[in-house]
Design a protein around this ligand. Structure first.
Ligand code: FNR
Length: 360
């Protein structure tokens, strides 16, 4: 693994390690993948305004999210079906999260049970949920999460229907029976009719779920609730008004509505209306420590990483995931030093210049 020097190199290794159907599932975005590509490209259009002659002999990347200390503002985004990437599935990812002292957001669609993941490690875990038409099943999952020591619920709000992922349609991507719902609810979908994931989602997910239903979620759990999938100031305000405990600016890694904006380009409008009342996190296209710095400079408290984690897992298991996080942390640390920011609090809006801002 010593030869791997950046996160993107894991993508090629994952491609070699995985059957085409699974690699395409992990890699793909919606339709012609404009948003998927823009998530990465938009970060590249932001430049730094580095400050010099600051004492950067010690760099402290540590921070807290909802009161939980993490070693750096880099968390693991929820991604489903880790056993398609590696036989140990989410337990390997969770162990890497613990080793790196970060938070893992476990997917509702995970292949190991929530309880197995919980007992495999002592990482702080949040549980991501979708809401099924059978709301009793989702309510049960929330109860299980509480019992298994998950610290927050992340409600993903950008999947009333599944985006058109053309690779999955062509490959007839399978929707396996997930152990978490075994004996309670079938997550399998008929093969041979396009994307099994799409067929399952349209059968199972509640597309009528709306803002007023956040109250229902609030009524069944004491855990903090974050909403994942906010892209506008209007919805950010609604989220604050609904009393949620955090916002994740996300376009689902470009897998849902193609031509949604790159997340880093809308972060500031969200941060401006939230006015520090609740934490704002971001995901989508984070591939470098410099991206982490840019997101923090524009007001995020932390970022989540999706695909690179799965690629690390597919290529090298737990060690691969750990290496992905460690590389991002190392790059972020160097970025802080070269920008003149010894601590997270030192990173300000003045440390970056977006495309719209004239050279000064
Ligand atoms: C996802 N994502 C996702 N989100 C979610 O809330 N629940 C889920 O089960 C999944 N599953 C999932 C599977 C795969 C293979 C991918 C690539 C993504 C979206 C994920 O949490 C996150 O928003 C994006 O992956 C972030 O973008 P990057 O880091 O992949 O560019």
């Amino acid at each position: 693994m010593d030869q791997i020097v950046n996160v993107d190199e894991f993508q090629e290794l994952a491609k070699q390690a995985l059957p085409k159907m699974y690699y395409d599932f992990y890699n793909g975005g919606a339709e012609d993948q404009h948003t998927l590509n823009e998530n990465v490209l938009a970060f590249r259009r932001i430049m730094f305004r580095p400050r010099v002659l600051v004492d950067v002999s010690k760099i402290d990347m540590s921070t807290k999210i909802l009161g939980y200390p993490i070693s750096a503002p880099i968390m693991i985004a929820p991604t489903g079906n880790h056993k398609l990437a590696h036989p140990e599935g989410e337990t390997a990812t969770a162990k890497a999260a613990a080793a790196c002292k970060t938070i893992m957001i476990v997917s509702y669609m995970s292949s190991c049970t929530y309880e197995e993941i919980a007992s495999s490690c002592n990482a702080v875990r949040f549980l991501q949920i979708y809401v099924y038409k059978r709301r009793d099943i989702t309510a049960q999952v929330v109860k299980r999460a509480e019992k298994a020591g998950f610290k927050a619920i992340v409600l993903t709000v950008d999947v009333p229907r599944l985006g058109r992922r053309e690779a999955d349609i062509k490959n007839k991507m399978i929707s396996p029976q997930l152990k978490n719902f075994k004996g309670v609810f079938s997550t399998e979908a008929q093969p041979g009719k396009g994307s099994g994931v799409q067929a399952f989602t349209s059968r199972a997910f509640d597309a009528s779920f709306s803002w007023k239903d956040i109250e229902w979620l609030r009524s069944i759990t004491e855990l903090p609730i974050l909403v994942k999938g906010i892209l506008t100031r209007e919805d950010a305000l609604k989220a604050v008004e609904a009393g949620v405990d955090g916002i994740i600016v996300s376009n689902h890694g470009g897998r849902q509505l193609n031509y949604s904006p790159a997340t880093i380009t809308v972060l500031e409008e969200v941060v401006q209306v939230v006015r520090g009342r609740i934490p704002v996190l971001l995901d989508g296209g984070v591939r470098r420590g410099t991206d982490v710095f840019k997101a923090l400079a524009l007001g995020a408290q932390a970022v989540l990483v999706g695909r690179p984690i799965v690629y690390g897992l597919a290529a090298k298991g737990e060690g691969g995931v750990k290496k992905v996080i460690d590389m991002l942390k190392n790059e972020f640390e160097i970025t802080m030093a070269l920008s003149g920011c010894p601590t997270i609090d030192d990173i300000t809006r003045n440390h970056v210049r977006t495309e719209n801002e004239r050279l000064q």
